[in-house]
Write a protein that binds this ligand. Structure first.
Ligand code: NAD
Ligand code: GLY
Length: 363
């Protein structure tokens, strides 16, 4: 059953982002796409292990054949080295330009399958069927697709929008606790960027209120999609405004790469990075003490990590590998107020170091 729908409209693209209870209706939507030759479901064995039988039942109503291509799970397999094998599988099964790729999984599958779709035969259509909270609120929306190379994450990719996003929310019922943190961190980020009723309502919730079929979860996904769509509609290719979606990511990426993508999931690292951005915002651009306390309280209610456990100088070293480096300063997204982000703020190395030191203590 369809629960809600929002449309994202940008320059040269327009597509719906639909929240559904389960897979019912997916075939009907695929059947409505013009001239489809075959549907390929790109997913991981982990996800297929739980949900293949359900999606297969739904896809049996398709007007065209479909088959599965299994990807190895995990960030390390969202890698350029894995791409060739999938191209070969498509070629060997005569996939033509009228084929449609379904990215069925979390952000790793979404980014990888989207990259395949963007590049196979110069681009075939694709559909996002997100199964993690992070993918529902963030990675399935907005058309960033990418793979990693040995020297860095998401270094090769494209802006390539799906035909539609179809989120079957019942799949979130099997999501591990750590993965809830990832999605909740991105929800907190969107609420800080938006302010207003979204932040007010989320602030009244605690982590245990969020479950696969809770009203607050659905509300938070709908609002996150509204916030992200509103930004992407204005600046698909991140020439400016879209950068605000990187709130918390400068420290987040540094933590992930320093700990070799093992200790923290993406969202947990972003949560710690959000706190760095909040501390810097209070110090440098007038974000008030009461706003700061409110943001930290919300993150604690959501049971997100806030304290920095790594050494500040090592975090700084990893930040400096980041493309945002500029002389003795680094670029950050900061908040003047809730709903009032500022991107491209140059922050001196010594200020970052002091803030990171503070973040190691009690907040
Ligand atoms: P993920 O895709 O690795 O999924 C996390 C884990 O949960 C995996 O082990 C997966 O197999 C498992 N899983 C997925 N759905 C499940 C379900 N319903 N039940 C049980 N287990 C399930 O991680 P993620 O957090 O979804 O995505 C992270 C990736 O997203 C990163 O590569 C990041 O760079 C990318 N990302 C992209 C964008 C974008 O705009 N394109 C935005 C944010 C993050
Ligand atoms: N996740 C950041 C973006 O989509 O721009």
């Amino acid at each position: 059953m369809k629960l809600s729908e929002r449309e994202i409209i940008g320059q040269g693209f327009r597509y719906p982002i639909e929240l559904h209870e389960d897979f019912q209706g997916l075939s009907e939507k695929l059947n409505s796409l013009p001239k489809v030759s075959k549907v390929y479901v790109l997913t991981s064995r982990e996800i297929a292990g739980i949900y293949e039988k359900y999606i297969t039942k739904e896809l049996s109503s398709l007007n065209v054949p479909f088959s599965f291509i299994y990807l190895k799970p995990g960030e390390k397999n969202k890698h350029i080295d894995r791409v060739k094998k999938v191209y070969n599988q498509l070629i060997e099964t005569d996939a033509d330009r009228k084929a449609v790729v379904i990215a069925f999984g979390g952000g790793v599958v979404g980014d990888f399958a989207g990259f395949i779709a963007a590049t196979y035969q110069r681009g075939v259509r694709f559909v996002q069927v997100p199964t993690t909270l992070l993918a529902c609120v963030d990675s399935s929306v907005g058309g960033k697709v990418a793979v990693n190379v040995d020297s860095g994450k998401n270094m090769v990719g494209a802006f390539y929008q799906p035909e539609f996003v179809f989120a079957p929310l019942f799949t979130l019922s099997t999501l591990p606790e750590k993965e809830w943190s990832c999605g909740l961190a991105e929800i907190a980020k969107h609420a800080f960027l938006d302010g207003g009723d979204f932040l007010d309502k989320i602030s009244k919730s605690k982590r245990s209120d969020f479950s696969a079929n809770s009203p607050i979860l659905r509300y938070a996904i709908e609002e996150s999609v509204r916030v992200k769509s509103g930004i992407v509609s204005q600046d698909e290719k991140e020439t400016g405004l879209r950068a605000v979606l990187n709130l918390g990511h400068t420290t987040g990426h540094a933590i992930e790469s320093l700990t070799q993508y093992k200790k923290y999931s993406h969202g947990e690292a972003v949560a710690v990075g959000l706190v760095t951005a909040l501390l810097l915002s209070r110090e440098l651009v007038g974000f008030s003490e009461s706003n700061f306390q409110r943001a930290i309280t919300l993150m604690k209610q959501l049971e997100l990590p806030t304290r920095l456990e790594e050494k500040p100088d090592e975090i700084l070293k990893h930040m400096e590998h980041d493309k945002k480096k500029e002389g003795t300063s680094l670029k950050f997204v900061l908040l003047e107020d809730f709903g009032k982000p500022k991107f491209g703020v140059s922050v001196e190395r010594k200020n970052i170091f002091e803030i990171l030191k503070r973040q190691k203590g009690k907040l």
